[in-house]
Design a protein around this ligand. Structure first.
Ligand SMILES: [Zn+2]
Length: 235
């Protein structure tokens, strides 16, 4: 990083740094907090500069009609650095009533007020942990409070390439050394399904359990990044 910027920051935080300079753990925590604040401010400024999905006064709608630019609309988004506010272009089609925020679609932002990075981290932990545990771990690791309910809704949004789901499941079975086409599939089911879904006190709806599987299968199959390349929250 630019030495001048570092010198400025060092000078700016000097009084606080001096107080903890004997304690590396406290210093580390302090630097982390400062970086978090700087990141939030920088992120907010960078987001303010962009056209944020504005593509002219009208764009073609899926129905064939014209979507009209209405105005920019604000949205709060929970990021790895805390909350930021984004103004994005809002389009509406008078013919079919469709609404569109091109910025949200391009960035993979779904209906939840959370950006892809923390959403991905939440879903990753939810592969093995309950939503409650996941919420606590996100707080401990990133210092961000995301409720168990939000994490559950996030995982419900993951609707991955379901046509490939069967194939992916077979890939997992093969990888685990199971003999596909025999009763051995039961063993893989126990691993893929049971380990997460049969923890004590857990009651699952069909939708909830299939959402967890939509996370577990790509993770176990080492196709996690591929899943997120498809921007599954905005799909
Ligand atoms: Zn339309």
């Amino acid at each position: 990083m630019d030495t001048k910027i570092l010198e400025l920051l060092e000078e700016y935080f000097d009084e606080e740094f001096v107080l903890v300079q004997h304690d590396v753990a406290a210093l580390e925590q302090l630097v982390k907090e400062k970086m978090q604040l700087l990141g939030q401010g920088l992120f907010q400024r960078a987001v303010n500069r962009q056209p944020n999905g504005y593509k002219g006064s009208s764009i073609t709608c899926k129905c064939g009609g014209l979507m009209r630019f209405v105005r920019h609309r604000c949205r709060d988004i929970h990021t790895l650095f805390g909350w930021i506010n984004v103004k994005r272009a809002y389009y509406h089609c008078p013919d079919c009533g469709r609404r569109l925020f091109p910025y949200d679609v391009a960035g993979g932002l779904g209906s939840e007020q959370i950006s892809p990075q923390p959403a991905k981290a939440c879903c990753l932990l939810a592969v093995d942990d309950s939503f409650e545990q996941t919420s606590r771990k996100i707080d401990k690791v990133f210092g961000q409070k995301v409720s168990a309910n939000t994490i559950e809704r996030l995982s419900n949004l993951i609707r991955h390439i379901s046509s490939n789901e069967e194939q992916m499941r077979y890939d997992v079975f093969r990888e685990k050394g199971y003999d596909i086409g025999s009763g051995a599939v039961g063993g893989a089911c126990k691993y893929v399904v049971g380990k997460r879904l049969k923890q004590s006190g857990m009651i699952w709806t069909r939708r909830g359990s299939s959402s967890i599987l939509a996370l577990r299968i790509p993770w176990l199959n080492k196709k996690w990044d591929q899943l997120w390349e498809n921007k599954p929250l905005a799909a």
